[in-house]
Design a protein around this ligand. Structure first.
Ligand code: F0G
Length: 419
C-alpha cells in the first residue's frame, strides 16, 4: 500500500519527467506530471500524489520560506510573495495551563495573505503557468480564494472563485475582491461549490486549485518540514504530536506526505513520527466520525454549521490520504464546540497571537485531548494556527470586549476610568 508509513521509495516509471511523476494512491497508475491537465486518476478517479526520483534529506535545504524546500517540490521556483518561514511561537502560560512538556504555535496566519494557503498557491499557480492555462478557479470557505486571487494575479492569470453565499468572513472576501478575482456567490455550502468547480474544471473552463490538486499539497508539505527542523534545532527531537484544524484534510494529507518522504530517506525513524491529530468543529465533523467508527470511508454531511466558517465542510475530499495519515501515525481526531473554539481564540490572544476561529480549533482540541488523558503531560506538541485574526474581524470583535464611549475631554475620560 503506497500510503503506508513504512512504504519504500517507489521506482520511477519510464515517463518520469523533470525528476517527478504523478501516481494514483488507489490503483498505482502513473502519469507524467506536466504533460496534460489532470487532477485525479484517469483509470479509477483516485487521488493523485507527486512522487520524486530523488528525495532530499532534511540537511540538504538552503534558503528561507517555501522555496527553501525546492528539492522536495515539483518545480525549482514559483510565483512567490515570500510565503512560508512563519513563526513558531513559545506560549509559556498556555503550555503550563494545558499541561504539556512543550507547546509551540506554528502561526500560518503570518503568511502574505494571512493563511497557509499561500504555501500551496506558490507551487500550484507556478504549475498552472507551466501547463499554459490562463484561468484559475477554486471553491472556497474564503482563505483559498484570497490566496488564489493574489497569486493568480501576480502570475498574470484570470481567477474565478465560488463562495458559499453569506458564509465567508469579511476579510477574505475583501482580499479576493481587491486582488481582482471574479467572485461568484453560490446559494449552497462549500461542498456544493466544490462539486460545481470540479465540473467546470472537467469541462476545461478553468484550472482547479483546490487541495484536490496534488501540486498544491506539495507546497503545504513545507509546514511540516519547517516544524520538524525547528523542533530538532530547539529540542534535539521532533515533536511528539502535531495538532491541526481539519476541513478538506489537505494539510493533514500534506504533513503525512512530508513524514513519509523523510522516513523514506532515513531522516525520520518510524518511532519518532509525530502523531497527526485533527480537530473539527462539532457541527462539521465527518472525519472525526470516521476515526471514531474506524470507518474506511468518510460519510458526507449535508448539513454543516459552525462559527469557524473556514472549516464548515461536510465532505473532506482528501480523506483517502488523511485517514491513513492519522491512523498510521497513531494520531486521532476530535470535535470541539464553537464555545470551546472561541475560548481558545481568547487564550491565544492573551499570548499576543491573533487567529481566526478555525485556527483556534487546534488549541481547543489539544485542551480536550489533554483533559481526557489522550495527550500526556510529557508530550512536546506543535499546534497549527492556520489563519490570521483579521480574516474574520466580526468573530474577533464578538469574542473580545466592546469599545466604551466616553466624552471628548480628559475629565470625562478620567471619570469614566474611575467609575
Ligand atoms: N483553517 C483555515 C483557516 C482554513 O481556511 C482551512 C481551509 C482549514 C483550516 C482546513 O484546512 O482543508 O487543509 O483541512 N480552508 C479552505 C478554503 C477550505 O477554502 O479556504 P484543510
Amino acid at each position: 500500500m503506497s500510503l503506508s508509513l513504512a512504504a519504500e521509495q517507489p521506482a520511477p516509471p519510464v515517463d518520469a519527467e523533470d525528476g517527478a511523476w504523478l501516481e494514483c494512491i488507489e490503483c498505482g497508475e502513473t502519469f507524467a506530471p506536466f504533460a496534460d491537465i489532470r487532477y485525479t486518476c484517469d483509470e479509477c478517479d483516485g487521488l493523485l500524489e507527486v512522487r520524486y526520483v530523488d528525495l532530499p534529506s532534511l540537511d540538504d535545504f538552503e534558503g528561507r520560506g517555501v522555496w527553501r524546500y525546492a528539492d522536495a517540490l515539483p518545480l525549482d521556483s514559483g510565483v512567490t510573495t515570500q510565503e512560508g518561514a512563519t513563526p513558531l511561537y513559545e506560549v509559556p502560560r498556555l503550555e503550563n495551563d494545558v499541561g504539556v512538556e512543550a507547546l509551540r504555535i506554528k502561526h500560518e496566519g503570518m503568511n502574505p495573505t494571512g493563511s497557509f494557503k499561500d504555501r500551496g498557491m506558490t507551487v500550484g499557480v507556478a504549475v498552472a503557468k507551466e501547463l499554459g492555462v490562463d484561468r484559475l478557479a477554486c471553491a472556497s470557505t474564503g482563505n483559498t480564494s484570497a490566496a488564489l486571487a493574489a497569486y493568480g494575479s501576480r502570475g498574470g492569470m484570470e481567477t474565478l472563485v465560488l463562495l458559499p453565499a453569506g458564509k465567508v468572513a469579511a476579510g477574505k472576501i475583501a482580499q479576493a475582491s481587491l486582488h481582482g478575482a471574479r467572485i461568484l456567490e453560490v446559494d449552497g455550502n462549500f461542498d456544493s461549490c466544490l462539486d460545481i468547480v470540479q465540473e467546470l474544471a472537467a469541462r476545461g473552463e478553468a484550472y482547479l486549485l483546490n487541495s484536490l490538486n496534488p501540486f498544491r499539497l506539495e507546497g503545504q508539505k513545507t509546514i511540516g518540514l519547517e516544524i520538524l527542523e525547528a523542533f530538532r534545532d530547539d529540542y534535539g527531537a521532533f515533536p511528539d504530536r502535531i495538532v491541526l484544524p481539519v476541513g478538506n484534510a489537505g494539510n493533514t494529507s500534506a504533513l503525512y506526505k512530508a513524514f513519509r518522504e523523510l522516513v523514506q530517506v532515513g531522516d525520520l525513524p518510524l518511532e519518532d513520527v509525530p502523531k497527526l491529530t485533527g480537530v473539527q468543529a462539532a457541527g462539521a465533523a465527518p472525519m472525526v466520525e470516521a476515526i471514531e467508527n474506524d470507518a474506511d470511508e468518510v460519510r458526507r454531511w449535508d448539513d454543516v454549521e459552525t462559527r469557524a466558517t473556514a472549516i464548515r465542510i461536510g465532505n473532506p475530499v482528501n480523506a483517502p490520504k488523511a485517514l491513513p495519515g492519522i491512523r498510521e501515525t497513531d494520531g486521532t481526531a476530535v470535535a470541539v464546540s464553537d464555545e470551546e473554539i472561541t475560548d481558545a481564540q481568547r487564550d491565544l490572544a492573551e499570548e499576543g497571537i491573533g487567529v481566526e476561529p478555525a485556527s483556534a480549533a487546534s488549541i481547543a482540541g489539544l485542551r480536550k485531548l489533554r483533559a481526557d488523558g489522550v495527550v500526556t503531560d510529557d508530550e512536546r506538541v506543535a499546534c497549527l494556527t492556520t489563519g490570521h485574526l483579521l480574516k474574520d474581524p466580526d468573530a474577533a470583535a464578538a469574542a473580545g470586549s466592546d469599545p466604551q464611549p466616553v466624552p471628548n475631554d480628559t475629565e470625562g475620560v478620567l471619570e469614566h476610568l474611575h467609575e
